[in-house]
Design a protein around this ligand. Structure first.
Ligand SMILES: [Zn+2]
Length: 649
C-alpha cells in the first residue's frame, strides 16, 4: 500500500488546480487510473476474515482521492480550457474514467469485502450503504451476460452525453440582424457586439448576446428568428443522440427487471419512487396552468397597449414572453433590467457576494496568485474567520469566450476528506456581461455560489460524502435558497460598501424588484413543470421519440409548440446526470423556500447562517438530506411557501 496521505505534508497547504496541456492531461489520467487500480487490488486481495471497516473504507477513500486528483480538474478543463485540443483529449480521458468506475463497481471481490465491513461510525455506516448501492446499480449481482451489456451501455451513454454537450458548446453559428431589426437594443449592447461590412450585427448563442436581444428588440419577427435558431443550437444530431440515450436507458431498466428507467433512478433519491414524483407534479399542475394563463393574459394586455391590436386577439408567442415581461416590469414596477446593470457592476458585485458570504457564514476570502486557465479567472483562499484556518479554495470564471461552457454552473473539482487532511476546491463558471448584471443574473450568481459554498464548506470524513454529493433532488436546495439574498434589503444595501458610485438601493427599489420578480411565476413554473414532466415521460414506461413527445407535450400547454423549434436537442440536463431528476429543481425549491423561513425577518442573521453552515453545508451526504433538513428546521418540510410562490398568494 502507498503511504497514507496524512504523512504527505503538502496536503495541509493550499491545493490548486493543475492547468494541464493535452499531453499532461493524458498522462495524468493514465497515472491516476493506474494508482487507483493498485489501491483497489490491495482491497481485493485482503483476506475476507481480516476485513476491517477502516481497512476497506480508508483504502476506498484513497482510491477516490487518486481518481479525483486527475479527473476533477479534467472534468473542469473539458468545459473551460481555451484550447480545443485540451477539451477534446479530456473527452477521451473522461470516457476511460467512466469505464473504470463501471468495472470497479462490477468487481465481485471488492463487493464481498465492502459487504463484510462492520461499520464503527455513522460515516462508515453511510459510506458502506452508498458503496453497496453503487455496486447494485452497476450490475454486480446481475448474471454475467447482463453485467457485460450494462457495461457496454454505460460506456456508450458517457460518449453520447459528451457528444451532446460538445455539439452545443462548440456551436459557432451566428445570426445577422439589420440596424432596423435592432430597434430597442441598449446602446451598450450595440457598441459591444460585432458587425459585418453591411453594418448588420453578428450574434451567437452566448447569454450576453441572446438574452438582452429577446428582452429588448421591438421586432417580433427578429425575435422569432433568433428564438427558433436558439432552440436548434444543439443541431439535429442531438435529437438522434437523445433518442439513442433514452432507448439505452430503457434497456438498463430491462436488465434490472424494473418497469422503467425512472424506477431505477428514483430509488436512490429523496422521493424513493416515480409515483411520488408523479403525484408531486400533479399537485404542481393543478395550480400552475391557471397561474400561467393569468400571467399570459396580463402580458397580452401589455402587448395590445403597445401594438394597438385589440386585447382579445393579442396573443403572446414564446418569443414575446421576455420582451413583454420586461415592458410590464417597466410599466408596472418601474424596473428596467438593463438599467439595473448600473446597480450591479460585475466586479464589485462579486466582491459584495464574497462579503455577504463572509458575514453570514463566518468566512474570509483572500485573493491569491495561482496558475489559471485564462486571464479572466480569479482564485481565492477560503478561511474560517474565527480560527483563521485555511478551509479550501475557489476559482471564479465569469465571462464568455469561444468553446467555453455556455451556462452557469459550479464544478466541485476537489472534495474534502477530513480523514486524509484534504482541502476542497470549487469553481464557479458563468457567462456574464463584463459591465454589469441584471437582477436575474444576480440571482444566477448567488445560485451558483450556493453550490460553491456547499462544495467548499463541507467537512466530511470521507471524500465520497463531500459537499454537493448529496441526493440529486436535494442538491439544488442550498443554491436556490441563496437566490433570495438577491432580493432583500439587508443583503443588497451592503453593495454600496463595494461600489460608492453605484446608484443607491433602498427599500422601495427592493420592493419593486421583488414584485417584478414575482410576476411571471405562473409562466416560469409552467415551464419547469413541462421540463420535469417531459423528463419523467422520457424515463417512464411509455416513452416515444423525444421530438414527437416534446411537440405533443409542449403543444398542450397554453402557449403551444412553435413549428421548427427543437428544444430537446439543447436539454443538456437530461442527456447527462439529471435524467428522471429534473423534477428535483422544484422538489428542492420546496425545501429551499422552507429553509429561508428559518432565517426569519433578517436574512443576514449570522447565527442562523453559522447554524446552516454547520448543520447542512458542512455535512455533505454523510447523512440523508431529509434528516439534515428536519434537524435544522426542527420539524418536517412544508410545501406551503412553494405553492404560495406559484399562485402568487
Ligand atoms: Zn444549480
Amino acid at each position: 500500500m502507498p503511504e497514507s496521505v496524512l504523512t504527505r505534508p503538502e496536503v495541509f497547504q493550499r491545493a490548486t488546480i493543475p492547468i494541464l496541456s493535452a499531453d499532461q492531461l493524458t498522462s495524468a489520467a493514465a497515472g491516476s487510473l493506474e494508482e487507483a487500480r493498485q489501491r483497489l487490488t490491495a482491497i481485493e486481495t485482503m483476506p475476507l476474515e481480516s476485513v476491517t471497516a477502516a481497512g476497506v473504507l480508508d483504502a476506498w477513500d484513497e482510491t477516490s482521492i487518486a481518481l479525483e486528483d486527475a479527473f476533477g480538474p479534467i472534468s473542469l478543463l473539458n468545459s473551460v480550457h481555451p484550447e480545443r485540443e485540451v477539451r477534446e483529449v479530456a473527452d477521451r480521458a473522461l470516457i476511460d474514467e467512466s469505464v473504470f468506475i463501471t468495472e470497479l463497481f462490477q468487481n465481485e471481490a471488492l463487493y464481498q469485502r465492502v459487504l463484510r465491513v462492520d461499520p464503527q461510525t455513522p460515516a462508515q455506516t453511510q459510506l458502506r450503504k452508498d458503496l453497496l448501492e453503487a455496486f447494485e446499480d452497476s450490475g454486480v449481482s446481475l448474471p454475467p451476460e447482463r453485467r457485460r451489456r450494462f457495461k457496454e451501455i454505460s460506456e456508450r451513454l458517457a460518449e453520447l452525453a459528451q457528444e451532446f454537450a460538445r455539439n452545443i458548446r462548440e456551436n459557432t453559428t451566428t445570426l445577422r440582424f439589420t440596424p432596423e431589426e435592432c430597434e430597442g437594443l441598449p446602446a451598450a449592447y450595440l457598441e459591444r457586439v460585432r458587425r459585418d461590412a453591411e453594418g448588420n450585427i453578428v450574434v451567437g448563442f452566448d447569454y450576453p448576446d441572446y438574452l438582452p436581444f429577446m428582452m429588448n428588440v421591438v421586432s417580433g419577427e427578429a425575435r422569432k428568428r433568433y428564438y427558433v435558431a436558439n432552440t436548434n443550437r444543439g443541431t439535429a444530431r442531438n435529437i438522434e443522440i437523445l433518442d439513442e440515450i433514452v432507448a439505452l436507458r430503457r434497456e438498463i431498466a430491462g436488465l434490472y427487471g424494473v418497469p422503467s428507467f425512472a424506477h431505477y433512478v428514483t430509488k436512490r433519491r429523496m422521493v424513493e419512487n416515480p409515483e411520488t414524483v408523479t403525484q408531486f407534479l400533479a399537485e404542481v399542475k393543478s395550480v400552475v396552468t391557471d397561474a400561467e394563463v393569468r400571467d399570459l393574459r396580463q402580458l397580452a394586455a401589455v402587448k395590445a397597449g403597445i401594438t394597438g391590436e385589440p386585447v382579445e386577439t393579442a396573443k403572446i408567442e414564446r418569443w414575446d414572453v421576455m420582451f413583454y415581461r420586461e415592458r410590464l416590469r417597466e410599466q408596472r414596477y418601474d424596473v428596467d433590467q438593463e438599467a439595473l446593470r448600473a446597480h450591479f457592476p460585475t466586479p464589485p458585485t462579486l466582491r459584495w457576494l464574497l462579503d455577504i458570504s463572509e458575514r453570514l457564514y463566518g468566512l474570509r476570502f483572500e485573493a491569491a496568485t495561482v496558475p489559471v486557465w485564462h486571464e479572466d479567472v480569479l482564485y481565492l483562499d477560503v478561511r474560517d474567520a474565527g480560527s483563521g484556518q485555511l478551509i479550501g479554495g475557489i476559482y471564479v470564471d465569469l465571462y464568455p469566450r469561444e468553446g467555453k461552457y455556455k451556462h452557469a454552473a459550479a464544478w466541485p473539482v476537489r472534495g474534502v476528506s477530513l480523514r486524509a487532511g484534504r482541502k476542497p476546491i470549487s469553481v464557479l463558471v458563468a457567462n456574464f456581461d463584463r459591465n454589469g448584471l441584471t437582477h436575474n443574473e444576480l440571482e444566477t450568481l448567488l445560485h451558483e455560489f450556493g453550490h460553491v459554498l456547499h462544495g467548499v464548506l463541507s467537512q466530511t470524513q470521507y471524500n465520497q460524502h463531500s459537499g454537493t454529493s448529496v441526493e440529486r433532488d436535494f442538491v439544488e436546495a442550498p443554491s436556490q435558497m441563496y437566490e433570495e439574498w438577491a432580493s432583500r434589503i439587508e443583503s443588497l444595501e451592503l453593495i454600496r460598501t463595494h461600489c460608492s458610485t453605484c446608484p443607491p438601493i433602498d427599500e422601495p427599489l427592493v420592493g419593486r424588484l421583488r414584485a417584478a420578480k414575482k410576476f411571471g411565476a405562473g409562466i416560469d413554473y409552467g415551464r419547469q413543470h413541462l421540463y420535469a414532466a417531459f423528463d419523467m415521460a422520457l424515463s417512464g414506461e411509455h416513452f416515444g421519440k423525444c421530438l414527437e413527445l416534446w411537440r405533443e407535450m409542449e403543444g398542450s400547454t397554453p402557449m403551444g409548440h412553435v413549428e421548427g423549434t427543437a428544444f430537446p436537442g439543447t436539454f443538456e440536463h437530461i442527456a447527462s446526470g439529471y435524467a428522471a431528476g429534473y423534477y428535483g429543481y422544484m422538489w428542492a425549491k420546496v425545501i429551499a423556500l422552507d429553509l429561508i423561513s428559518a432565517f426569519g425577518p433578517d436574512i443576514m442573521n449570522s447565527n442562523i447562517g453559522r447554524r446552516f453552515r454547520e448543520m447542512i453545508l458542512s455535512r455533505g451526504s454523510e447523512e440523508p438530506a431529509r434528516d439534515l433538513v428536519e434537524r435544522f428546521l426542527e420539524r418536517p418540510v412544508s410545501s406551503e411557501a412553494f405553492f404560495r410562490e406559484i399562485t402568487g398568494g
